[in-house]
Design a protein around this ligand. Structure first.
Ligand SMILES: Cc1cc2nc3c(=O)[nH]c(=O)nc-3n(C[C@H](O)[C@H](O)[C@H](O)COP(=O)(O)OP(=O)(O)OC[C@H]3O[C@@H](n4cnc5c(N)ncnc54)[C@H](O)[C@@H]3O)c2cc1C
Length: 431
């Protein structure tokens, strides 16, 4: 892995080598922000607790917004040369028939599809691209364990790697460490839960010749559960919902009921349900929809899942983290470039710009939870009503649904001029 300087003692870096920014968490939000800051000529250190980006059971969707952003950065073409599939529609398979709820193929932009690529492949790619910038530094296997707080301001982080404990000072600390964010806890920025009525059990089944194309994003509904199938290189990542807190009961019941449900509702998987032999093959995702009221403290900003946990419903989590990173770059790069630590006003501005979109996405998820997942969680079977089925026959309705999912409610536009380190960005400058 390029830039992987595990084992090096960073200690307290002062003077001209002190990072402008230390980012805790190498998910889509953290890696993109590190890339953008490094490309803008800033010194940025990205700390990721794991030894690589290969985490299992993560979101894999790169929406048209993300692809257009990467295109603007000159990265879409090389990224899309890597193995991926393209989802052009989102479908519900129910006992009342199949409905297409969103039709990306009808979007007018250059990428009328959602690219499905294992998240680690995307993160590896982006981190590789960042290594060409001299200010970029990636510390893998480096877990942030504490905050350095002095004079009422967060001045850096403490982290642990295989060589021991270290301290890294920076003008700004970003907490992009995901849904179980330690930074959120360390900074005492509690999240408020907005409720969720289901949890998801994830497991893998093999892919076989003659399977449906991996390109479609499909949900299969039945009494008490629904199943999502995400096609990957050589397997299907299968998500099976249980009522919130239902994991112990499901585990007691064993894999039999899950196999039975798949056989009945996803018949093309029936020939391999025996591959799910043991509950140990299953990973629990506790579904959560929650938001931190205040995303910042002096010297620290939370973004992505650390600031707002998005449920997998609708597959918006990566998009929201990416858009947070774009907004943070737009607001914070000009300040950091002047070697100033961003004040509370700048940090609050990132939250002010992003919160309306997050609120809208989460409200839609809570509504879906009540209408769909709530029915399922009570043992019912979700069937789209006549009104919904009729509306979804109208192409413009499916296109509008795809559009709102593809770009999110308030898509930020990256200020590309900021990324030119040579340009004069002073108030009277030329850019
Ligand atoms: C099973 C599952 C399926 C999902 N499906 C989808 C989907 O289809 N589409 C979609 O858009 N979203 C999906 N999501 C949600 C999506 O993965 C997240 O919303 C998105 O990854 C959030 O990005 P992030 O950068 O905020 O944080 P994350 O991607 O969570 O990254 C956080 C990173 O921080 C690291 N970290 C944690 N603690 C520390 C620490 N103390 N020090 C250093 N590093 C640390 C972690 O190892 C991790 O790499 C899914 C999530 C799950 C769990």
């Amino acid at each position: 892995m390029p830039g992987d300087d595990r084992g090096e003692q960073v200690g307290t870096v002062a003077g001209p080598n002190r990072p402008h920014c230390a980012i805790a968490g190498g998910g889509p939000g953290g890696v993109l922000l590190a890339y953008l800051m490094a490309r803008a000529g800033l010194r940025v250190t990205l700390l990721e607790s794991r030894p690589d980006f290969r985490r299992d059971f993560r979101g894999d969707s790169l929406h048209p917004y993300t692809l257009e952003l990467l295109d603007l950065l000159g990265l879409a073409e090389p990224l899309l040369r890597l193995e991926h599939s393209r989802a052009t529609r989102f479908r519900f398979h129910t006992s009342a028939g199949t409905v297409t709820t969103a039709d990306y193929g009808r979007l007018p932009g250059p990428f009328p599809y959602v690219a499905l690529m294992p998240q680690w492949r995307f993160l590896d790619f982006l981190a590789d691209q960042a290594t060409v910038f001299p200010g970029f530094r990636l510390l893998l296997g480096s877990k942030v364990t504490g905050l350095v707080e002095e004079d009422g301001r967060i001045q850096g982080v403490r982290y642990r790697d295989e060589t021991g404990e270290h301290r890294l000072d920076a003008d700004l600390v970003i907490g992009a460490d995901g849904r179980f964010s330690r930074m959120r806890r360390l900074a005492d920025l509690p999240a408020r839960s907005l409720g969720a009525s289901s949890d998801i059990l994830w497991f893998r089944l093999p892919r076989r010749a003659g399977d449906p194309p991996t390109a479609d994003a499909d949900l299969y509904f039945g009494p008490g559960h629904y199943v999502s199938t995400l096609g990957q290189d050589d397997s299907w990542q299968v998500g099976y919902t249980v009522p919130k807190g239902g994991y112990p009961d499901a585990k007691r019941a064993g894999v039999g009921p899950i196999r039975d449900f798949l056989t009945a509702r996803v018949p093309w998987l029936a020939d391999r349900v025996e591959d799910l032999a043991d509950f140990d093959q299953i990973t629990l995702l506790s579904v959560e929809i929650s938001r931190v009221q205040r995303w910042h403290r002096p010297g620290l900003l939370l973004l992505g899942d650390a600031a707002h946990v998005i449920s997998p419903v609708g597959g918006n989590g990566i998009l929201m983290a990416i858009q947070d990173a774009v907004t943070a770059a737009n607001v914070l790069i000009p300040v950091l470039r002047e070697d100033r630590a961003p004040d509370e006003t700048a940090l609050a501005e990132v939250q002010r710009r992003r919160e309306p979109a997050i609120e809208q996405v989460q409200q839609a998820q809570v509504r879906t939870e009540h209408r769909v997942a709530g029915v399922i969680a009570e043992g019912g079977d979700f069937r789209p009503g006549l009104l919904l089925r009729t509306a979804l026959r109208i192409p413009a309705v499916r296109r509008r649904a795809a559009r709102s999912n593809a770009y999110g409610p308030v898509p930020p536009r990256l200020d590309l001029a900021l990324l030119d380190p040579a340009a004069d960005h002073s108030p009277g400058g030329t850019t």
